[in-house]
Design a protein around this ligand. Structure first.
Ligand code: FAD
Ligand code: AMP
Length: 476
């Protein structure tokens, strides 16, 4: 078999792989990108988990469900009366599917424009930087590249005692595809995905119970934010049960009985559908042939250094399949970094400043260290917080819940962490990421003009509050 030669072959076209392929082509290299994602209609689609079954469809449904909820619960306060408010889940799902389709087709267009050879099917790395490509019709081709980038992503974890059946017990993708609002929904795991999906269906009218094994709510977040979030989620009607470890599920006439143990002993709750959102695992199935030299750690992650080199000559790995937070933007930056390093340019990714966002209402976002982490580090620090209740813009938006919080070093004023819970937190955090990336001090933020009235003033006032110089609230 003759081998087709490329400078770079990327396996996986999710948010880590496709930007890598595009940047490598921008750098003048001959690039192929192989992707095997197939949607429910059996058709291939680029974009990976993020575009097909993650970030984008979940945000489409979050937006629809938020509008429905606001029409229901908030419009009256604006003096807007909506009689006969109705819900058409089929139309909602159709809108979501349209957004997904436009996004995934967009990637095919971007590949074409950049000159990337887009190959749909399966890629397998063999020794010597050769790649076996199997197309949809089963035919195989031998490819060879100077560099191979593995960007095969992750897959949802299953609870052994309750395997996915695609109908009643589903993964996060299944929970984005419900054709009707379940009357009673069980969500296992109060992580980011569980909370986002639970919020969607709660706002559309489902009774939602969230079972979380840990006693602590959102342990990775600043605990002042976690406490505020728990209060608002419970107010929304999410029945969040902490310290509830799920052990089994049994289907019966009245629904699925989900068994769990908590401090009081054995418990059970009966629901109509269950979403298992207990985390994701790296995906390397059928990826590595004999003798590639690529090493996988005991948890299944491909081992890489800080530049995403695997240790096997000219083989790199990026995104969810390697260490670090499983986030689309983290994978994107790694993909771009690798493409630039391959081209001999300087590049790096600062894993300390990856922003996290939870797209609930109120939204949650943060970057850098939590107050608990700073305290544990022993460094003297100061904190400034500003409640959105004191923001004219937030009040005008009827969205006064939450606050912005900034933590800075006492000695040199360095910003150590910024945490926002409130309207558009995911957008607001970008300013903090930029400030921290440029090593800004609290004083730098204090002296930066923020337009009025905007939500961004909340961050400005939090920076001022760290030195007890806030204007729009009393300093304590
Ligand atoms: P993936 O997106 O998983 O892409 C990997 C691709 O490689 C897939 O298309 C796969 O089919 C393909 N592939 C695998 N093996 C092979 C092979 N051998 N040959 C060919 N192709 C192969 N992250 C955020 O940052 N923001 C969010 O709002 C967000 N929301 C999410 C919501 C949900 C419900 C879920 C499940 C995830 C969410 N994520 C979010 C996480 C985000 O989707 C992932 O971090 C991101 O998709 C990882 O990108 P990746 O390119 O590493 O992998
Ligand atoms: P994440 O890793 O952020 O996606 O969140 C997954 C969540 O699921 C974590 O908070 C885990 O503690 C939780 N979890 C894992 N296994 C179980 C289980 N058997 N029952 C309840 N919660 C679980």
């Amino acid at each position: 078999m003759t081998e087709t030669t490329f400078d770079v072959i990327v396996i996986g076209a999710g948010p880590a792989g496709y930007p890598c392929a595009i940047r490598a082509a921008q750098n003048g290299l001959k690039v192929a990108c192989i992707d095997g994602w197939k949607n429910r209609d059996g058709k291939y689609a680029f974009g990976g988990t993020c575009l097909n079954a993650g970030c984008i469809p979940s945000k489409a449904l979050l937006e629809s469900s938020e509008l429905y909820h606001r029409a229901h619960a908030e419009f009256a306060a604006h003096g807007i009366q909506v009689g006969g408010l109705g819900l058409d889940v089929a139309t909602m799902q159709k809108r979501k599917a349209g957004i997904v389709k436009a996004s995934t087709q967009g990637i095919a267009g971007l590949f074409k424009a950049a000159g990337v050879t887009a190959l749909q099917g399966h890629g397998r790395l063999l020794a010597g930087n050769r790649v076996e490509y199997t197309a949809g019709d089963g035919s195989t081709r031998a490819l060879v590249a100077k560099h191979v980038v593995l960007a095969t992503g992750s897959a949802p974890m299953e609870l052994k005692s309750m395997p996915f059946d695609g109908q009643t017990i589903v993964d996060s993708w299944g929970a984005l595809e419900f054709e009707a609002v379940p009357k009673r929904l069980g969500v296992i795991g109060a992580g980011v995905i569980g909370l986002e999906l639970g919020s969607v269906w709660r706002r559309l009218g489902a009774e939602v119970v969230v079972l979380e094994a840990l006693e602590q709510f959102l342990p990775m977040a600043d605990q002042a934010v976690a406490k505020e979030a728990l209060k608002h989620f419970r107010k929304l009607g999410l029945d969040i049960r902490l310290g509830a470890k799920v052990s089994a599920a049994k289907a019966g006439k009245d629904g699925v009985a989900v068994a769990y143990t908590d401090a009081k002993g054995e418990q059970a709750v009966t629901v109509d559908k269950v979403v298992v959102a207990i985390g994701r695992r790296p995906w390397t199935k059928d990826l590595l042939g004999e003798g590639t030299g690529v090493e996988v750690d005991p948890r299944g992650f491909i081992q890489v250094d800080h530049e995403c080199r695997t240790g096997a000559g000219n083989v790199w790995a990026v995104g969810d399949v390697v260490r670090g937070p499983m986030l689309a933007h983290k994978g994107k930056e790694e993909g771009v970094m690798v493409a630039d390093l391959i081209a001999g340019q300087f590049s790096e990714v600062n894993l300390k400043l990856v922003p996290s966002v939870i797209y609930t209402a109120p939204e949650i976002a943060w970057v850098g260290q939590t107050e608990e982490q700073v305290k544990a580090s022993g460094r003297a620090y100061k904190v400034g917080s500003f409640p959105f209740m004191a923001s004219g813009r937030a009040r005008a938006m009827e969205a006064p819940a939450g606050f912005a919080k900034l933590i800075a070093a006492q000695d040199d004023d360095e910003i150590l962490g910024v945490h926002v819970i409130g309207p558009m937190a995911g957008e607001l955090i970008a300013e903090a990421v930029l400030a921290m990336e440029y090593s800004a001090s609290t004083e730098d933020l204090q002296r930066t003009i923020h337009a009025h009235p905007t939500l961004s003033e909340g961050l400005h006032e939090a920076a001022l509050a760290a030195d007890k110089r806030a204007i729009d609230m009393p300093n304590r």
